[in-house]
Design a protein around this ligand. Structure first.
Ligand code: GLA
Length: 390
């Protein structure tokens, strides 16, 4: 069960009263080369200014004092671009994504950049028990439900309020029984770009009936740049001594297994591709890495995982309060979609590190609970922080 939380009285500064409209970034100065031929730049806001399901979508730009920029659309709360300097100081867009809202709308399946809800990752056979009742969800990843169901939070238009140049607040009310989940769930996701090059994501939610909730973000990263080719030469370190092995339909077996002596041991930095083709039942079941790691010490002060781009030396540290981290190596990417910078979403050209509770927790009483009751506040923070590897 999630801990009770007493919301602190928010002090609303006069500056915050101004809702800053989405920046029209057509004049953005982010023109530094990411590779020899392509410049890292945020797509034009106009490509995101549409009406979807009767609600306005837009592109919101966050900028910090270090020149880092992040672009987020309120369609699915998707992180569209993260521009950070590489080892030569050149701005590099480390997010694989589309350059228009249509791109995201027409290809919801890979969940590029999205907020995932009401339940991140899979629920076995789309069924779960709660307070003596069984609930049924839409099977969108046969035989299971994945990432919320037919239309998850990734494809909803969120209400957006840009608080200031570094903070975007998104809210969404998921109605009672939407996608089969009980309770009106009021969800809030606040993206904050910090001055030490961190993208902080604060999630909160409340409900009026007992429900389940497991929110995450599904940004696809390539730390060599959005068109940077394979991620298999990136180096990753995950501070997890155990993980949750899966069956061939990617549902955890319920066992918490040690990583030691397996290709899942990332306790020391390891090249992502160095063991990905090993003969290993778990790698076969996941078609590569697509597993939940049980974080040894969830923390907002010490990283739970670190990844470094081999060409850029850009290092991404992940901090979270969540117990698990789904490490996904883009095993289902097929090059079907035309992405930013004229790139295709080719096989394993991006990875995701989704901080969350474990997949299928509602059916695994031994896993940390994802139950949220009326009067409680679901509250969790994750941060992705960028620097140059030492
Ligand atoms: C998660 C899942 C993967 C895949 C991706 C989206 O990471 O675990 O199996 O569905 O989302 O394609």
């Amino acid at each position: 069960m999630y801990k009770l939380f007493k919301p602190a009285l928010s002090i609303i500064l006069p500056a915050c009263l101004l809702t800053i409209s989405a920046c029209n970034n057509s004049n953005t100065k982010s023109t530094t080369n990411m590779t020899d031929s392509l410049e890292a730049k945020i797509p034009p806001a106009s490509a995101f200014q549409k009406t979807i399901d009767g609600k306005k979508t837009d592109l919101y730009i966050l900028k910090n004092s270090k020149g880092m920029e992040v672009a987020i659309t309120n369609f699915g709360g998707r992180v569209v671009s993260i521009l950070v300097p590489d080892k030569n100081g050149k701005l590099t867009d480390v997010v694989e994504g589309f350059d228009s809202v249509e791109g995201y709308k027409n290809a919801p399946g890979p969940y590029y950049g999205a907020i995932i809800g009401r339940y991140g990752n899979r629920i076995a056979k789309g069924k779960f028990p709660l307070e003596g009742k069984e609930y049924s969800l839409f099977i969108n990843n046969a035989p299971n439900t994945l990432h919320g169901g037919k239309v998850g939070f990734d494809s909803k238009v969120w209400d957006a309020k840009q608080i200031d140049s570094t903070t975007l607040e998104l809210t969404y009310l998921s109605k009672d029984m939407e996608e089969g989940y009980p309770g009106n769930l009021q969800a809030k996701v606040v993206y904050t770009l910090t001055n030490d090059n961190g993208l902080k994501i604060d999630y909160t939610a409340t409900t009026d009936k007992t429900t389940i909730v497991n929110l995450t973000n599904h940004t696809y990263f390539n730390l060599n740049g959005a068109n940077g080719g394979t991620i298999l030469n990136h180096k990753a370190q995950i501070f997890a001594d155990t993980y949750t092995p899966i069956d061939p339909t990617s549902i955890p077996t319920g066992i918490i297994a040690p990583v030691k002596g397996t290709p899942f041991d990332f306790t020391q930095p390891a090249v992502i591709g160095s063991r990905i083709n090993d003969k290993d039942e778990q790698l076969t079941n996941g078609k590569g890495y697509d597993h939940n790691f049980v974080l040894t010490k969830p923390s907002l002060d010490t990283p739970v995982a670190t990844v470094v781009g081999d060409k850029s030396d850009i290092e991404m540290q992940i901090f979270t309060q969540e117990p698990g981290l789904q490490f996904y190596t883009g095993n289902f990417m097929k090059g079907d979609n035309a992405m930013k910078y004229g790139a295709k979403d080719n096989y394993r050209t991006a990875f995701a590190m989704e901080t969350e509770h474990f997949p299928d927790s509602p059916n695994e009483p031994k896993f940390p609970s994802v139950v949220l009751k009326p009067g409680q506040v679901y509250k969790t923070t994750t941060e992705y922080k960028f620097s140059i590897a030492k």
